[in-house]
Design a protein around this ligand. Structure first.
Ligand code: BTN
Length: 251
């Protein structure tokens, strides 16, 4: 069903919600709008993306009318070292919105993938453009299947729950949940977000993982988050390594 942008705008008073049938990537649209001075909270979505962007230069599969592919402009004044925590706050917000709207239980994989079991249902990409953060959130909502290369690692809320979900309620809750989590970060600092993430994610402590660091694969057990939100890895050879970026997967 077509996304009912009017209902969504009415419920999200004071926020500009722009919706398109097709775009290359809403990240690009939001960055352009930010450069033109769009207000914090402005969000742009599309029914399909022809060049959806994922983390680490990957593509984000954006099938028409079945997922949510919004990018949100946030103008928040955060010290540069709070940026990884802001992305974790977005992951927490997405996880909370998904579970409260659909009842589907989710996990968080550092830094901000939302999983059902060990399959990804939502991914988040944050880019800084001058004084604005462009926050792209991709949620697999009503897909019934994925291309072969994604099938073993991706899922949708429909596959997980065995029923379809209206995207509007989830989108409204997502925006409200992001507002709440960013407020926590702005008003109370990093600690509550680090604590919430540690509680919500099975990946932060005691998890056997493989971490891709460019060409190198590190193997070990996760040992918590440092003050900046980076993942501590106790490597099998005894070294403790701080993971700043990169793909983390179960060993
Ligand atoms: C990831 O690799 O996990 C991040 C995926 C981010 C996808 C979203 S969909 C909306 C926005 N537009 C894009 O092109 N990417 C982000």
């Amino acid at each position: 069903m077509a996304f009912d942008v009017q209902t969504v705008s009415d419920r999200l008073q004071g926020r500009a919600v722009l919706w398109m049938e097709e775009t290359d990537s809403t990240m690009n649209d939001a960055a352009r709008l930010a450069a033109m001075g769009a207000l914090s909270g402005t969000v742009v979505g599309a029914e399909r993306q022809t060049a959806g962007q994922g983390r680490l230069g990957r593509n984000w599969h954006s099938e028409s009318g079945l997922g949510l592919y919004p990018s949100l402009i946030l103008r928040v004044s955060l010290p540069p070292d709070h940026l990884p925590i802001a992305t974790m706050a977005l992951g927490l917000a997405a996880a909370e919105a998904i579970t409260s709207t659909t009842g589907v239980a989710v996990d968080l994989r550092w830094p901000n993938d939302v999983l059902v079991g060990d399959r990804k249902v939502c991914g988040i990409l944050v880019q800084q453009h001058h004084d604005a953060l462009i926050c792209g959130i991709g949620i697999n909502v009503n897909q019934v299947a994925f291309p072969d290369e994604l099938a073993p690692i991706a899922t949708s809320l429909r596959i997980a729950a065995g029923r379809e979900f209206p995207r509007e309620a989830l989108f409204i809750e997502l925006m409200q949940s992001i507002d709440r989590h960013i407020e926590i970060l702005l008003n109370q600092g990093k600690e509550p977000i680090l604590k919430l993430f540690t509680q919500a994610s099975s990946y932060v402590t005691g998890r056997r993982v493989v971490v891709e660091q460019g060409e190198v694969l590190l193997r070990g057990t996760t040992a918590g988050l440092d003050d900046s939100g980076f993942l501590v890895l106790q490597e099998d050879d005894g070294k403790r390594t701080l993971i700043l970026a990169g793909g983390v997967r179960p060993a």
